[in-house]
Design a protein around this ligand. Structure first.
Ligand code: SF4
Length: 350
């Protein structure tokens, strides 16, 4: 096994996921939605890979395909070494309200993952084990006897995280884990995830639409547009100097937490095209401000750019990546993370 492969935990190669679309009362077939259309990336051990994009771009479907909740049409999902099992991939869901059974007490919710193990691998968790799980995520022991509706949104998400940790995972797929929470609670949950990663050696695939949240937690970021990855780069490089016009437009919309600061927003034309009938050539060309420049239009609308290595650990899918000079952001310190306070954030009730 090569050195590179030893570093990897997950490889996704040419992943395709399709859904049938229907219309009308009688659900007549309308076509095929290519939700994920040839996605390739790898996740290294103990890193956080952020997966961002507009709603409907296919980022959650990638996470669901990895964990086995949707069946890919084709492509490979490889875990390294091959002894890593699906049990060692767990998911934290977006909405803690709907992902927890409302009639179960927290203690039983945390026991539940053990019940669904194959008989051979099944072991009943002790009360001490459940209490330790709760403590790891900052929940007091008395909360174990509560029902989900008796907890705050932040506490419910802590239960979701504890449930994902119950079986000792190696990879955690966090699908918009803070987007349903208030900003102050978002910071606590992000700090908790960072602390747990350091203590337990976890690897995260962090799926989100909010670029400030993704920047805070990710080592590398992959940007998706209409079922494909258009740029993948180390976080700082991507934010300071994007190489794909779509990344530049997304970054121009990130709010700056300084009242006097001004940034020119790059408006994108129209709304994202339908994945039922994606544009030819580069899928971004109907909205790309650089495709309109003379001479580019033809190539952009006829030839699909592939995701190419442009050096510095970056991959970009744009015919003109090497010549475009795009504007990034020089981000101020993250509003979420205050060094040294992260441990105490565990015991807060939020
Ligand atoms: Fe824009 Fe053309 Fe690059 Fe696509 S290939 S991102 S349309 S410049």
């Amino acid at each position: 096994m090569s050195r590179r492969q030893q570093d990897l935990l997950l490889e996704v190669n040419d992943l395709h996921v399709c859904f049938g679309a229907t219309k009308g009362l009688f659900k007549r077939a309308k076509g095929v939605v290519r939700a994920v259309d040839g996605v390739t990336f790898a996740v290294r051990r103990r890193e956080t890979l952020g997966l961002v994009g507009e709603s409907g771009c296919g980022k959650s479907t990638v996470g669901r395909a990895i964990i086995g909740l949707v069946k890919p049409e084709r492509g490979q999902i490889l875990l390294h070494p091959s002894s890593v099992s699906r049990r060692e991939i767990q998911m934290v869901f977006q909405d803690p309200n709907s992902s927890l059974n409302p009639s179960m007490r927290v203690r039983d919710i945390l026991r539940e993952p053990f019940w669904y193990q194959p008989r051979r691998a099944r072991s009943a968790p002790t009360d001490a084990h459940i209490e330790q799980l709760a403590e790891q995520v900052g929940l007091r022991p008395q909360m174990l006897e509560r029902l989900p509706h008796q907890l705050s949104g932040g506490q419910r998400q802590r239960v979701g995280i504890a449930r994902a940790l119950a079986l000792g995972p190696k990879l955690v797929i966090a699908d918009e884990p803070v987007s349903a929470l208030d900003v102050s609670i978002q910071g606590q949950i992000l700090n908790l995830l960072s602390d747990l990663q350091h203590e337990l050696g976890l690897t995260y695939l962090f799926i989100a639409h909010d670029l400030s949240v993704v920047r805070h937690i990710s080592d590398r970021v992959a940007v998706m547009y209409l079922g494909r990855i258009v740029e993948l780069a180390p976080t700082d490089a991507l934010y300071r100097m994007p190489k794909h016009p779509y990344t530049e437009a997304l970054l121009s919309a990130v709010p700056i937490p300084q009242p006097r600061a001004r940034r020119r927003r790059i408006p994108l034309q129209g709304s994202p095209p339908s994945p039922l009938n994606p544009p030819t050539g580069c899928r971004f060309h109907p909205r790309c401000p650089y495709a309109r420049e003379r001479g580019r239009r033809l190539r952009c609308s006829t030839e699909a750019p592939s995701l190419k290595d442009v050096g510095g650990g970056r991959m970009v899918a744009c015919h003109f990546a090497s010549e475009l000079r795009l504007r990034g952001v020089t981000p101020p310190p993250s509003p979420f993370y205050i060094k040294g306070l992260s441990k105490s954030s565990r015991s807060r009730p939020g």
